[in-house]
Design a protein around this ligand. Structure first.
Ligand code: ZN
Length: 225
């Protein structure tokens, strides 16, 4: 009777330990799939195997930046290229199937992270998402004055009939987008997320006007040709 009880106890605790190990492996993926050594880097520090992609990887951490809105675009591009070189599929063409898959997966995650962080509006939206916040689905964040100004802008673009006028409108938008990006830096620093949302919606408006200017410029060019 006593032996049976002892067996049950070890049996039970053994099960528990396995359960915990499984959980840890799933949530932290802290062990190298190849050499079983701990570590959560992209490339195992012990055996050099390319690890499985963790799709929850923070884009800022992936590209080695602090989670801040302000970042140096040239520095971002440089780190992106270095990181892409480390996981480039050519480097893994002679390796295991698992590493070939991982190389393609990392490559696409790094691309996605770079595109997101490189575009200020995308970067701002991503930071909101990290805070558990979402962009408003309507225009309620905008004030009437801004909407009126945007309508006027659209009319100006429609009425502009030479490339010089369009260039001027384009330059104006570029400047305004830069000003708004500066505003975002300050708003993120004070964690004023309501203001962040408003600025992001305004920037999206400016981007859509910028797009219609581009389209019109292309039309003008094809008319000339
Ligand atoms: Zn390893």
């Amino acid at each position: 009777m006593r032996r049976t009880f002892a067996y049950l106890r070890t049996g039970f605790s053994g099960l528990n330990i396995n359960g915990i190990n499984e959980l840890t492996a799933r949530h932290v993926s802290s062990v190298c799939w190849n050499c079983q050594k701990p570590g959560k880097n992209m490339i195992c520090g012990d055996c050099g195997s390319l690890q499985d992609v963790d799709n929850n990887t923070n884009y800022f951490e992936l590209l080695n930046f602090p989670t801040k809105f302000e970042l140096q675009a040239s520095e971002l591009t440089q780190r992106f290229r270095q990181l892409q070189a480390r996981v480039h599929p050519d480097k893994y063409s002679n390796k295991t199937t698992r590493e070939q898959t991982n190389s393609a997966d990392w490559s696409s995650l790094i691309n996605k992270a770079y595109k997101t962080l490189a575009a200020p509006v995308e970067r701002g939206q991503y930071m909101l998402q990290l805070e558990g916040e979402q962009m408003p689905q309507d225009n309620s964040a905008l004030n009437t004055a801004f909407l009126m100004a945007m309508m006027e802008r659209n009319e100006e673009v429609e009425e502009a009939d030479d490339s010089k006028a369009l260039d001027q409108l384009y330059a104006q938008i570029v400047q305004e987008l830069a000003d708004k990006a500066n505003k975002l830096t300050a708003q993120f620093e004070t964690n004023d997320l309501a203001a962040v949302k408003q600025t992001l919606v305004e920037m999206k408006y400016l981007l859509s006007i910028q797009n219609s200017i581009k389209k019109k410029q292309q039309q003008l060019m094809s008319n000339v040709a």
